[in-house]
Design a protein around this ligand. Structure first.
Ligand SMILES: *[C@@H]1O[C@H](CO)[C@@H](O)[C@H](O)[C@H]1NC(C)=O
Ligand SMILES: *[C@@H]1O[C@H](CO)[C@@H](O)[C@H](O)[C@H]1NC(C)=O
Length: 254
């Protein structure tokens, strides 16, 4: 028989209460976000690829339905994202990325500053996959040449959901107001989320021109031109002597 204040029922009540809070904290607030950041391709034009997984438990995917992820990626001064290329990709609906800072694509690395690009994407089945085309800046030649080490740090990760669904979870995070996406001027409220980075920090070694090679090449070029010119002058001279037997000067001397 159930008596409202029996020890047994109190016990049961506590269990229920703990189970409820356990559910709320484990299922609603344990975001358990994992991110992989990989630099693809070779050469001066490469591709940063991001794979993000929310939770590992597929039962919780409804929680992120219609939520959007915003990645805030800062690039070091030797690397840049091309605003024109990003605008083309937005128009073709291939990628929603927009420069957050002014990006000058012409400047050599030595005269540039780090820049930031914002990438947004809707979460589908607890997952997001986005990429960002990046380019190496020209590095001014130095004596000895070598490689310029460019370290690309992990992005900041923001989340935005269409309702107040996740507000109770990351109360500590103050909302940031920024563009909803690259395709509209409208601003949205975002919250930063912590995550676990599963990959190593990206390092891109970009070749620097060698000034000594430059001097060697200049001297070589000058030599080739000089010898070639001398050879040509000689050839023209010989040609003249052969084809002009009745040279007026020669006749005069005779
Ligand atoms: C970059 O990589 C992604 C896959 O990670 C691919 O879908 C995309 O087409 C690539 N972009 C370029 C410009 O190579
Ligand atoms: C961008 O955001 C606006 C405003 O919230 C929305 O109407 C539009 O559908 C979004 N576009 C994309 C590509 O997500």
């Amino acid at each position: 028989m159930l008596r409202p204040f029996s020890n047994k029922n109190l016990h049961f009540g506590f269990i229920l209460l703990f189970a409820y809070f356990g559910y709320v904290t484990a299922n609603h607030c344990n975001f358990n976000v994992k991110l992989k950041q990989v630099l693809k391709n070779q050469g001066f034009h490469r591709n940063i690829s991001y794979g993000i997984v929310f939770n590992t438990d597929d039962d919780n995917c409804w929680l992120y339905k219609d939520c959007v992820v915003g990645l805030d990626q800062t690039l070091p001064h030797g690397v840049y994202a091309n605003p024109d290329e990003l605008s083309t990709l937005r128009r073709l609906k291939k990628l929603n990325a927009v420069p957050k800072t002014r990006i000058n694509t012409e400047m050599p690395a030595e005269h540039s500053y780090p820049t930031t690009t914002y990438i947004t994407e809707r979460i589908k089945d607890c997952k997001v996959h986005v990429w960002l085309p990046v380019h190496a800046r020209y590095h001014l030649a130095t004596p000895g040449g070598g490689m310029a080490r460019n370290t690309i740090g992990p992005p900041k990760l923001y989340l935005r959901c269409p309702d107040q669904r996740l507000d109770m979870c990351n109360k500590a995070a103050t909302p940031v107001t920024f563009l909803c996406n690259g395709s509209s001027k409208e601003k949205c409220s975002w919250k930063e989320l912590p995550y676990t980075l599963l990959t190593d920090t990206l390092v891109w070694n970009i070749p620097i021109g060698n000034m000594e090679h430059y001097h060697a090449i200049s001297v070589g070029t000058a030599l080739v031109i000089a010898i070639g010119s001398l050879y040509l002058i000689k050839a023209i001279h010989e040609h003249k002597l052969v084809t002009m037997p009745f040279n007026p000067y020669t006749s005069l001397h005779n």
